[in-house]
Design a protein around this ligand. Structure first.
Ligand code: NAD
Length: 489
């Protein structure tokens, strides 16, 4: 199957923070891949704008190095890279100063799509937004893309929204959550709303529970001091896991339209119940027993904060109070230094009301598993008769849909989430971006949960690196007669 490339209009894209880690690893390599796909019109400009003196040639060589580091050699022939680099420019600007801004104003055109990617610390968003107008750079249709973290609580998120709203209309603001750019996540909507098969079963009558797992193998080393101020709840649950939960739980929007979809997601967030202390397990990874070279530091060592109570792992049982989901728990968990790097949403269906086969060994529930990484795809497990003459014995088989296979490639053609989202910005499609009220509602749910454990003085439980998290997290499901799915690649 050859993927269809939808053309976009010529654009000028300014990447503030164009020399930063995110630009180097994701944004610029992603733009190159879209160039390969024929989606960067010949007259488009990509402008790096950051602190630090550099000229166009310097920036082009910086980007060439980034492509070399983050993309396979097979995608980078010299001529093509050269043509891509010709689109690039660099302007030194200080978000808080005045220098460079007139140069940027001369470079960015008003008769093409304008996009400004704020890949800088959120504390600079207001300064950038104000200067884009004061120097006459941003036209009335300009779009801005803002990165996470979008606030650290309701108050700061409101303040950020208010700052951006002084300069840009909500229809111009693209709050990025790269989880929403994944092929599987969009496919989730297609599977739910373009097939008659699932929707009748998609409710508390037929779904026993839902598990959402985002497991990482890396620790917080390198950015421990930053992470220690946030923790898994703020860093992952409030945004990424919440967005996944919304897509699973929302009602069918009346149309596949940005506001229709986001209205439905918002209703889910409003229906989330407060989470009692006994439904939350927080953890912190321990160091490996072996100290010295080859030994791994513990969370508090990585965070350089021996007294830290910040969680590098969290598991929680979440209830949605509406007609569709009353009584079907959503179990969420995410953490660092776990057994495998794996993200999965599992819809676990109820058992058949009565088994005509007796108490069959190996009997399992039907599970729809939606894998976000690695190996994006969906699997529906169904029970069938074990093939052969062995009588009526049941076995579980997967109905597998790996997108890589379905695309007839090794998966390298699936656009990375960032590429897809940047192209959506250029097309002016906000469906996969969070609206201001959604982000605020998510914080309004999150804040009292965090305030609760802070008031109780709860300490996170230790867990071993390479495990599936603290023992107590197993109990969260065991006590409900359920078990977590294995974390595996
Ligand atoms: P970074 O520290 O590597 O880079 C920061 C960039 O901002 C540099 O280009 C720097 O020159 C520029 N900058 C700093 N101060 C400036 C100023 N006063 N005026 C103009 N430019 C200035 O940061 P990063 O890791 O690339 O992250 C950028 C943003 O993206 C942050 O908000 C971060 O939270 C977010 N983010 C990063 C990642 C990631 O993987 N790195 C992932 C998700 C979100």
């Amino acid at each position: 199957m050859v993927s269809r490339v939808i053309p976009v209009d010529p654009f000028d894209l300014v990447v503030f923070g164009g020399t930063g880690d995110l630009a180097r690893r994701k944004i610029l390599p992603g733009l190159y891949r879209r160039y390969l796909a024929g989606q960067i019109p010949e007259t488009s400009r990509i402008v790096g704008a950051a602190r630090g003196e550099m000229d166009d040639a310097g920036f082009r060589s910086f980007v060439a190095d980034a492509l070399g580091e983050f993309l396979p050699g097979s995608t980078r022939d010299g001529e093509t890279v050269g043509k891509f680099l010709a689109h690039l420019h660099y302007v030194p600007v200080d978000a808080k100063g005045e220098g460079g801004w007139p140069d940027l104003a001369r470079l960015v055109r008003h008769d093409v799509v304008q996009a400004f990617y704020f890949s800088v610390a959120p504390a600079l968003f207001g300064d950038l937004a104000e200067r884009l107008h004061r120097f006459g750079i941003a036209g009335p249709e300009a779009r801005i893309v803002v990165e996470k973290p979008f606030g650290r609580d309701l108050e700061s998120a409101r303040a950020l929204n208010a700052t951006l709203a002084e300069h840009f209309h909500e229809s111009q603001i693209y709050r990025i959550d790269h989880y929403l750019g994944k092929e599987t996540v969009q496919n989730l909507m297609a599977v739910r709303f373009a097939n008659i098969l699932f929707e009748p079963l998609w409710n508390a009558r037929h779904v026993d529970h839902v598990q959402i797992t985002v497991a990482e193998t890396v620790g917080v080393g390198g950015r421990g001091a930053y992470y220690d101020k946030s923790g898994a709840m703020r860093d992952m649950v409030q945004n990424h896991l919440m967005q996944l939960l919304c897509l699973i739980a929302m009602e069918p929007p009346y149309r596949f339209d940005p506001d229709a979809v986001r209205d439905e997601k918002l209703k889910v967030i409003h229906a989330l119940q407060p989470v009692p202390a006994e439904d939350i397990v927080r953890g912190q990874y321990r160091g490996s027993a072996r100290k010295g070279p080859g030994g791994e530091p513990s969370y508090v060592e990585d965070a350089e904060n021996p007294a830290s109570r910040t969680e590098s792992y969290i598991a929680m049982k979440v209830q949605i109070a509406n007609w569709r989901w009353k009584g079907t728990p959503f179990y969420l968990r995410t953490g660092k230094k776990l057994r495998a790097r794996a993200s999965e949403i599992a819809i676990v269906f109820k058992e058949v009301p009565h088994s005509i086969f007796g108490d069959e060994e190996g009997w399992r529930e039907n599970v729809l598993s939606i894998r976000l990484q690695p190996n994006e795809g969906m699997t529906l497990s169904v029970m069938i008769k074990e093939p052969g003459p062995g009588g009526m014995r049941l076995t579980e088989v997967p109905l597998d849909m790996s997108f890589a296979e379905a695309l007839g490639e090794d998966g390298s053609d699936i656009p990375d989430a960032y590429e897809r989202l940047i192209m959506d910005v250029i097309r002016g499609n906000q469906t996969l971006f969070m609206r201001g009220d959604e982000v605020e509602a998510a914080w309004a749910w999150t804040d009292p949960i965090i305030a609760g454990w802070e008031a109780r003085g709860d300490r996170p439980k230790g867990y071993d690196p390479g495990s599936s998290g603290p023992e107590d997290a197993l109990m969260l499901l065991h006590r409900d007669g359920r078990r977590w799915r294995e974390i595996r690649e």
